[in-house]
Design a binder for this molecule. Structure first.
Ligand code: SP5
Ligand code: ZN
Length: 320
């Protein structure tokens, strides 16, 4: 399995966020994915590929130019250690106070897109490629950053596949949080089927999206599926939702499946609130392998570096 990884991600390192009016430590740290990389190497995965550069136009397939220029200008206005947290939504093109912007954020977020696109380009009719990237992407909407996400890596890759002639793309979002950005971007199309299993937004971020009643609109009606689970959901509840999702994907018969993979579903994750164990990630991968559809796996959340590493090793060992 090819793994696309770019060591330059370390130069985006948010340190804080505002949660319920207080500063807390920001968990979206470089160690999150470096520990995954080290553990995969230890396990014998050695097919690492550096990202190629792609033109900025790929980002415009998904994001508004106004948002992209705002983010770039904001980064350029900051000094080395300055960390900008949104003050007024709408004036700032960021929808929460958990997504700090630093001087290198634009550059690193762009490089994550490049790594994801490099992985997408490596997809052929019968393989799995893993984009081991940060910052994550699934909360980023067309016009806003948020939820530690700046560019929607998975959505940009879906557009890439459509441009390259795919007729149908499925996105299975397994991060603990609902991918409000990805849902929004493809809400009105039947060419991308977005399916997400996540903590019920009645209790968890992003609060305002992720309900079962959100089914898509216009031609997209029926091509958006939310499977919210209660707090402390374990493998018995999770696997039932996953089996349902896998059946939906099989019936849709996409040319490619993009998996937005977050390990914040792990029982030891400090942000998520499910109870999945290390072993459950092997079972998860086995269910997905049955599909026999080319699979682009894109890293989203997961905030306990050790749990991330164990989960990733089990997931990718079971896929191979
Ligand atoms: C990509 C991704 O996983 N983004 C998640 C963003 C979640 N941000 C808000 C988290 C607020 C949680 N506050 C509770 C602190 C628990 N100790
Ligand atoms: Zn998450």
């Amino acid at each position: 399995m090819k793994i696309v990884y770019d060591p330059a991600h370390v130069s985006h390192y948010p340190t804080k966020e505002i949660d319920k009016g207080r500063f807390i430590e920001n968990p979206e740290k470089p160690e999150r994915i470096n520990q995954i990389k080290d553990a995969l190497i230890m396990k014998g995965f050695d097919n690492f590929v550096p990202p190629s550069k792609f033109p900025i136009n790929y980002i415009y397939l998904v994001h508004d130019e106004e948002y992209v220029s705002w983010l770039k200008a904001k980064c350029e206005s900051l000094s080395e250690d300055e960390e900008y947290i949104t003050e007024v939504f709408g004036y700032d093109k960021c929808f929460d106070t958990g997504t700090p912007i630093k001087r290198n954020t634009f550059e690193v977020a762009k490089r994550a897109v490049d790594a994801a696109l490099t992985a997408a380009r490596l997809i052929d009719s019968n393989n799995v490629v893993y984009a081991l990237i940060r910052p994550p992407g699934h909360h980023a909407t067309r016009g806003y950053c948020g939820g530690y996400c700046y560019f929607n890596n998975a959505a940009i890759c879906a557009m890439y596949f459509l441009k390259r002639g795919a007729e149908r793309v499925a996105i299975l979002d397994l991060d603990f949080h609902h991918g409000n950005g990805t849902q929004e971007i493809f809400y009105d199309t039947d060419m991308v089927y977005y399916i997400s299993i996540h903590g019920d937004p009645k209790y968890f971020y992003p609060w305002i999206t992720g309900r079962e009643s959100e089914v898509g609109e216009g031609p997209g009606e029926g091509f958006n599926l939310n499977l919210p689970l209660p707090p402390k959901a374990d493998w018995s509840e999770y696997s039932a939702a996953l089996a349902y999702a896998v059946n939906e994907i099989r019936d849709y018969y996409p040319d490619v499946l993009i998996v937005s993979l977050g390990f914040d579903t792990h029982k030891d994750d400090p942000v998520g609130d499910f109870l999945l164990t290390d072993q459950d990630y092997s079972k998860m991968a086995k269910q997905l392998s049955k599909l026999k559809i080319p699979m682009l796996v894109i890293q989203e959340g997961g905030y306990n570096p050790q749990a991330n590493a164990a989960s990733a090793v089990n997931f990718f060992s079971a896929l191979e």
